[in-house]
Design a protein around this ligand. Structure first.
Ligand code: FES
Length: 206
């Protein structure tokens, strides 16, 4: 009979991904008395994944972070890594963290799993937004980051532009394969297709 070690060696993930999946850092445990200064929730169970992030803030820096997800191994490992990365960061730095920064620190993710890594940073931004809201202040960083085109998979306009610009994506099918765009509710497809055509025109890609 196969043991646990055999099971894990069959994986295509890096050792860092496995480590964060098996020992996720900063998980939000029910028994823990954690009262966040800011709370964010994104995704939906209808789309197959959901993420909650809570933060405490001191001197405009993230003091503590907790998270909870109904996601796959990649989502768990990515959010665990993100939580390590942003602890101690200024709110501005944390607001601008990207899925690429997280996956780089994980040593990469299988391409078809990249989209699983994007919920964490989105929930973190929602938590920072909520922190400012709770204080009755304007979030000074809002609007300084990319716009989301696919809500279910958190694919942004900047990501799409980069993929088209570098010739990695020419069709909607390729975009879906790379990012997961359109694999939830599907309502973003028409907009994404229009963007694709415009970008191909701008960057002269046939
Ligand atoms: S917005 Fe739901 S699949 Fe893109």
């Amino acid at each position: 009979m196969k043991d646990f070690k055999d099971f894990m060696t069959g994986w295509v993930y890096t050792d860092t991904v496995k480590d964060h999946f098996i020992n996720p850092r900063n998980l939000w445990k029910k028994e823990e008395d954690f009262t966040p200064d800011g709370f964010g929730e994104v995704g939906s169970l209808a789309c197959g994944d959901q993420m909650r992030v809570g933060i405490t803030v001191e001197d405009d820096r993230i003091k503590e972070i907790r998270w909870l997800t109904y996601g796959c191994a990649s989502a768990i490992a990515s959010t665990s890594m993100m939580s390590e990365l942003v602890k101690g960061m200024s709110l501005e730095e944390a607001y601008k963290i990207t899925p690429e920064m997280i996956t780089d620190r994980l040593g990469g993710l299988p391409e078809h799993k990249f989209h699983c890594s994007v919920l964490g940073d989105k929930a973190l931004r929602a938590a920072i937004d909520n922190y400012y809201e709770n204080k009755g202040l304007e979030n000074p960083f809002k609007g300084t980051v990319a716009k989301v085109v696919c809500e279910c998979r958190n694919v942004t306009d900047q990501q799409i532009e980069q993929l088209v610009k570098t010739g990695q994506v020419r069709t909607l099918e390729e975009l879906t394969e790379k990012t997961g765009l359109g694999t939830g509710c599907g309502k973003c497809k028409a907009k994404a297709l229009q963007m694709l055509e415009e970008l191909k025109h701008i960057y002269n890609i046939t």
